[in-house]
Design a protein around this ligand. Sequence first.
Ligand SMILES: [Zn+2]
Length: 256
Amino acid sequence: MALKLFKNFGIKKPSKNAMNSWQRHLEIDGERIPVKVTENPRSTRLTLRLVPGGKSLKVTMPPHVDGKQLDDFLERNKNWVAAKRARLPKAVQAGEGATIPFLGVDHRIIHLDRLRGIVEIKEVAGEQCILVPGEPEHIPRKVETFMKKQARLQLNDAVSRYSKVLGVSAKSIRITDTTSRWGSCSTTRTLSFSWRIIMAPPEVLDYLAAHEVAHLREMNHSDRFWNHVRDICPDMELQKSWLRTNGARLHAVELG
Ligand SMILES: [Zn+2]
């Protein structure tokens, strides 16, 4: 109906390319939070979601909504967003002395006063530590490289184990830093994983790998799909709930 009206008056509805015009910001506690607005022809109402880590917001809106309705909606939900962000774990900078999880165990980052050498995991005075040589300002970047490499090793291993059991094979494995999801499986059989899963306990990483590998059999979340996941990862409910409860903490770690 709305479309017809536009046509009659010769006014064009904003095209897909004009979507940037929907870019918004929400001012919360003196911080400007970017809002990414996506128009979805199938949605019937405005919905708002805080991106894991709390650094941005995603809004989905039906096609008939105008700019003013969008702004009113954001204003109405401001307190909800502020409350939700306040409950998120505080951001942790992966610098000297910081504690970040690795394979489900808290590790303290310790700077080694020597230029050469590799990042290593070691117990120091009864505490699990990540030892980082080199210039102190390079610590976050070095920790990031280390974490991504470990994520790749563990995920390659888990994917190949589960692929054998299910009789499937992935084309490739990508390690990403997407905050919107932990993993995905493309139609070209590429499995993608957030490197952050290396901070979770190994059995949670295993569940995530099992989940994406099972998509190579069933490209959906049907009962058949979940049966495959359960076959190779019997305690999947436990791991799913761990991610739901603790995922935000893994998103709070900031690297280089
Ligand atoms: Zn899935």
